[in-house]
Ligand binder design. Sequence first.
Ligand code: C2E
Ligand code: CA
Ligand code: CA
Length: 811
Amino acid sequence: MLFCLLSTPVGAFVVPSDFTGSTDYLREPLLTAQEGPERLAAEDALASLEFDTALFHPASDLSAQAYWHKIEFAPVDTPTELIFRLSNIMIDELDFYLLQNGEVVRHWVRGDTQSWSPDAAYASIWFPVELQPGSTHQVLIRKASEGPLLLPLRLMSPKQFEQLTETSFKIWAAAAGALLILLIHNTVTFLLFRYPAYGFYILFHSLVFLSLGVTQGFGPWLWPMAFNQFLGSIILTLYTLSAWCIFHFSLQFLQIRTRLPGWWRYRRLADLAFASAVLVSLVVPEYAYATPFSVLQGAVSIYCLYLGFKILRTGFSPAALFLVAWSFFIVGAAIGGMVFRSQLPFNTFTEHALLISTVIELLCFSFSLTQRTRYLETEKNQQLLTSPVSGLANRNYFINHLHRQHALPNDRVHLVLIQLSGITELSEAVGPESAMKASATLAQRINQALESEPHILRHRLPNLSHSNVIDMDQENLVFLCDHLDSPGAIIEHLEPVLNQTIHLSQLEFQQLFSIGVASGDLNRMDVTTLYQHAQLAARANWRSTHLWSPYQQDLQSRQHRQLMLVAEMSKAIRNHDFHFEIQPKIVLATGQINSGEVLLRWHHASLGRVSPADFIPLAEHVGLIYQLTQLILHQVLSWMQQHADQLQGTTLAINISARDLLQQNFAAGVIELCKGYGISPGSIVLEITETSVVSDSGLAVDNAALLRSAGFSLSIDDFGAGYSSMQNIHRLQPDEIKIDRLFVSDLDSNPTHQTLCRSLIQLSRDLHIHTTAEGIETEEQLKLLSSWGCHSGQGYFFHRPMSPEEYLDLL
Ligand code: C2E
Ligand code: CA
Ligand code: CA
C-alpha cells in the first residue's frame, strides 16, 4: 500500500496557450525554481527566481528543499473560471498564489502542517482561478516538504469539478462506510471468539483506516483537521505499525505456531526490527526513512506471501483467501507505483485504486477469517470424531453421531466387531506409538478392503471424507452393513487382510483377532446395545474355531453369571468358603491306593455347587487364582499336618495353575509354607494343567526347577490336550504325566486314541516318567491301559472324589 501512498505522482504541466477550460491532468514538467536560504514572498519569487523546466524532476524527488512552480496562463477573451485540484494533502507546506499583472490577488494555504486558509469545509485540495480579459495571470506554487508529494494537478471547469467532487464523495462514502462496518463486525466477532488473529486484524484495519483517511482525503471529512494533521505528520509510523500488525495477523491466521513451528521462533527478531523501525520513523525525516521502510514493507509482503503458499500446500484452505487478499493489496500498490512512474495515466480509477483495493483486501481478510473459523470448527469436530492415528471414525462418533448421520435402514443391520489381541503385548515390546500405528494400519487396511463392498454403511466425517470402519479403540474395530442376510461373505473377504502381517521397524507382527456379529433393527434398539452384543459374540469367538460368531441370547446371561461369579469368588476367598475332596489314585499293577488328588469344591449359598471347571478358568482370567492356590495350599497342608500318621507312605496331588508358576517367588513361597507346616515336599505332587500355556518365560522353568530340587514331584495334567506337550516335558522335566480324560473316555472304540495312549505310555517309560490315566470309568479301559503298562489310574471306576475323612477311612 505504501509504495503508492508515498509515491503519489507529481503531475507535470505546461501552460497550454490554447487552454479551453476542459484540460484534464497536466503532465509536462512545470517551470520550477529552487528557493534560496531565505523564504521569499510570491512577488519577489516571481521577479527574482530563474524558472526552468529542467528543475522539475529534482523538485519531485525526496528532498528537504523548498521549490517554486510557475504556471502561466494565456490571455482570455471572456472572464474564465478554472479549478485547480490535487488529491494529496501530505505536503508539509503548500502555498498557492494567484497573481494578476504581477500582483498577488489570492493566496491559499493547503499544507499538511499548516492551518488551511482560506478555510474550506471540503477537505480536498482545490482552489478556483479566475482569469480576467486584458490581464496576465500566473499561479505560483510553493512547496516545502520532506516528502516529494506534489500531486498531479487537475485543471478543470467548475462543472467538471462538481462532477468529480460528487464521484469522490461517493467513493469515499462507500469505502469509509464499508471499512467501518467491517471493522465493527470483526470487533464483535473478536469479542466473542477472542482469536488473536482477529485482534491483529482489527488493529491493522484501524491503522489502515486512519492512514487512508489522511492520504485519500476523506479524513478531515470524518475527524478534526488538527488530528488529521497529526496523523499526516506520523504517517510513516502508522504504515510501520500496520505492517507490524499484518505480520502478526499473518502468523496467527496461518497458525504458524503449530503448522510451521520452525518459523514461529523468528517472530521475536521481527518484533525487534519493527520496534526499531517505529522509533526510526519518529525521529528521522520522512525522505530519509522512506527507502528503508519500502524495504521493510517489501520483505513483510514477500514473507507473508511465502508463508501463505507454504501453509496452503499443507491443506489449510483458508490460506487461499488470505493470498487473494494480499494479491489485491499488491495490485493496488502496483497501480499506485506505476502511476508514480507515469506508466499508467492518472484518472479517477487509478486515483482511487489503492482505496478500492484496500477495501477489497480488508474484505477478503475478513472473509478468510470467517472461513478460518469454519475450518477450525470442522477441524475440531474432525478431531473429536476421528481417531488421531488411523483417521477413521472413532468411539465418540459411534456413540454420539452414528444415529444422527444415517437415515438408518428400516430393516436389520449387522454390526461386525473385530477384536484384536496382542496390542498390549506389542506395546510392551516396541512402545505404545508403534503398537498404535500397527493397529491403525490394520484398521486402514480393513477400511480400504470394505471400500468396494456395496452394503457397508459409510460414515461421513466433518471434513467430508468418509470412513467404513469405526476405530473404537486400538483393540476394537467395527463396521456395519445392511440389506444382507448375513455378513459372512464380507467377513470371509476380509480374512486375508486380517491375516496379513504388519511390518514394524523391529519386527513383523501377526495380529490375533476374533469377530463377533450382532444384528438388529436400529430404530428399535440402541446401537450401543448392538455393540455390547457384538462384544459378547466376539468374546465367545475367541474360543471358537469359526471365523466369526453371531450373538446369541444366552451369551449375555453367561457373561452376567461370570461377572457375578467373580464377585462371589472374591467374597468366598475372603471367607474361606472353599473346601476340598480327594480322589484316590490307584497303582494299576497292585490295585493299591498310594496317592490322591485334591480337588477344590465351592458350595455357594444360592448358586449351589459350582464346578471348578467353571470357576478355575475364570479365576485364572481375572487373577484370583493366586489367592485361591494359596488358600488351598494352606488348607491341604494343615489337614496333612493333622493327619500325618494316617497319610504315612502316601502322596497327595495338588493342582496348581500354570499362572502360579509365572509368579516371581512362587516356588520359594511353597517351600516355605511346607516347612511351616512341617510337611515333607516328598509327599506332595504338584499337578500343572497343561492347557494353560506355560509361556517360555524363564520364570516358570526356574520355579519348576526349584520345586523339583526341593523334593516336590511335578506332574503335567491333561497331557495331550494342550498344544505344547513335548515342549513342556522338556522345560518342566516332570515326574509324572496324566493322560487326559479325553483320550481315555472312548478308548474301547477309538483306535486312534488307543494308539495315542499306547505310544504315550511307551514314550514316558523311555523317559522314566510315570503315567497316570485319568477318567477310567470302565473295566475295558482299565484292562487296555494295564496291558500297555500304564503305571497308575484314576476315575469313577475306582472311586469318585470323596471327603478327606472318607479318604482317610479308605486308606
Ligand atoms: P483335573 O485336574 O483334570 O481333575 C480331574 C477332574 O476329573 C475332576 O473334576 C474330577 O472330579 C473329574 N473326574 C475324575 N474321575 C472322573 C471320571 O471317571 N469321569 C469323569 N467324567 N470325571 C472324572 P473337577 O473336580 O470338576 O475338576 C475340574 C478341574 O478343575 C480339574 O481338572 C482341575 O483342572 C481344576 N481344579 C480342581 N481343583 C483345583 C485346585 O485346587 N486348583 C486348581 N488350580 N485347579 C483345580
Ligand atoms: Ca488334576
Ligand atoms: Ca486332568
